[in-house]
Ligand binder design. Structure first.
Ligand code: HAM
Length: 416
């Protein structure tokens, strides 16, 4: 019997992992510069948290959750997104008692039962941030900038930031009425889901995966914003302009989760078929209170790691520091092989990345292995050299060979 990975999941093989590590390093470095600190929360939570947090009528909650009953008969769900768990932790651990804005980042797998295709998986990974405790529009702009820096520093070109404001509860209520009036004549032709969203959550219709691009002339939510929402939105744009971050206002962009208030944004890029969104986020001023915490505002984003790495492949972004092997050791004969074992140990402790053949292959096969490993040097030790206390060092990119005293080999390679 042979097993296959579950539908919509992926094995990340060693040759791909380098890209993942590069992504994580780049994102962590930008978080460090913006003073965000890492938080690690569970991969599953009580189902209720997502129902309350993300919203019962969203696709994510109503159709896509991996929910199961544990042996204690509790309903648990594999997290479909990162924000709800981080907010739960912020509340449970009373991080809100800190005097400053709490700036957090996280990375890890998320789970949604979706129809798999390129860029859409059932287990996927996000790199996300959340900042709690400030209503200042400059923190919205900072969050937007942070995601943009990560994506562009990874080498992705032609990224667009789509920006909108989904207002507060009052402006949304006014907007929903206008939207229903606009949608009423088309209602019969909409998909079944949209028909049921019409009463429960009409804004979700704008985000529908089937009908979403039919509504270009829908009323703009920006016309329903009150003065405070509008001035917040203007201030976010001013701060983005001050930081030279390009953006495009898209009043039809509503995001797929229910917790957003005021600022909503997405990072988009062409190339992965019909999928354009590589990351998204926004402000959620009511969420902390909704799940039982104090009245603290928040803002954040989640970047789709697979989508961004797919874009890196599509745009043929070259990874820096391929991190090749420093030395591939070739020992010829029993004594030489023993000496190689000692040298491997010394080189590794000196910080070099080194390896050798473990299959007693002939010299030619070992040289091929050195090439396959993209080693900088092959260090070849025969019995004769060993007797003289020397080793032959071959630079595999230039082909140059030199005899080096064994005692100074490591220093020599480290110097070059
Ligand atoms: P989201 O828009 O649902 O937001 O997801 C963020 C990103 O995750 C998407 O833009 C996409 O790149 C990626 N993504 C979502 N679903 C899949 C999938 N099935 N396969 C591959 N990639 C996917 C959130 O999750 C919010 N928690 C973001 C946020 C943080 N808002 C405020 N703070």
């Amino acid at each position: 019997m042979s097993y296959q990975k579950p539908k919509g999941t992926q094995d990340i093989l060693p040759q791909e992992v380098e890209k993942w590590q590069y992504f994580e390093q780049t994102a962590r470095e930008w978080c460090r510069r913006f003073n965000y600190k890492e938080i690690r929360v569970p991969i599953f939570e009580n189902t209720d948290l997502f129902i309350r947090g993300v919203g019962e009528t969203t696709d994510v909650v109503s159709k896509e959750m991996y929910t199961f009953e544990d042996k204690g008969k509790r309903s648990m769900t594999l997290r479909p997104e990162g924000t709800a768990g981080v907010v739960r932790s912020f509340v449970e651990n009373k991080l809100y008692a800190e005097p400053d804005v709490t700036k957090l980042y996280y990375t890890g797998p998320m789970f949604r039962y979706e129809q798999p295709q390129a860029g859409r998986y059932r287990q996927f990974h996000q790199f996300g941030i959340e900042a709690f405790g400030s209503v200042d529009p400059t923190i919205d702009a900072e969050a937007i900038a942070l995601g943009y820096y990560i994506i562009t520093d990874l080498g992705i070109r032609d990224v667009t930031i789509e920006l909108n404001s989904v207002g507060n509860a009052e402006s949304r209520a006014a907007y929903k009425e206008k939207l229903k009036t606009y949608l009423q004549p088309m209602k019969e032709g909409l998909c079944k889901d949209c028909q049921s969203r019409f009463e429960k959550n009409p804004m979700r219709i704008l985000d529908c995966k089937i009908d979403g691009d039919k509504f270009h002339d829908a009323p703009s939510i920006l016309d329903s914003l009150d003065e405070a929402c509008l001035s917040h939105f203007t201030a976010v744009q001013d701060a983005l302009m001050a930081m030279d971050i390009p953006f495009k206002v898209n009043p039809n962009m509503v995001r797929g989760l229910d917790y957003y208030t005021l600022t909503a944004f997405e990072y988009t890029c062409e190339g992965i078929g019909a999928i354009h969104t590589i990351g998204g986020g926004g402000r959620y001023n009511g969420l902390v209170g909704d799940i039982g915490g104090p009245d603290k505002p928040g803002i954040g984003f989640g970047l789709g790691m697979e989508r961004i790495m797919l874009m890196m492949d599509i745009q043929e972004v070259a990874l820096p520091n391929k991190n090749p092997l420093d030395i591939y050791f070739i020992g010829l004969g029993e004594q030489a092989d023993k000496e190689v074992t000692r040298l491997l140990y010394k080189a590794r402790n000196a910080g070099l990345r080194v390896d050798k053949d473990y299959m007693q292959r002939k010299m030619k096969a070992q040289m091929k292995a050195a090439d396959r490993n993209q080693a900088r040097y092959a260090a070849i030790l025969g019995e004769d050299e060993l007797l003289q206390g020397n080793i032959m060092l071959k630079n595999l990119s230039t082909g140059e060979q030199e005899i080096v005293p064994i005692a100074s080999l490591i220093e020599h390679v480290k110097r070059t």
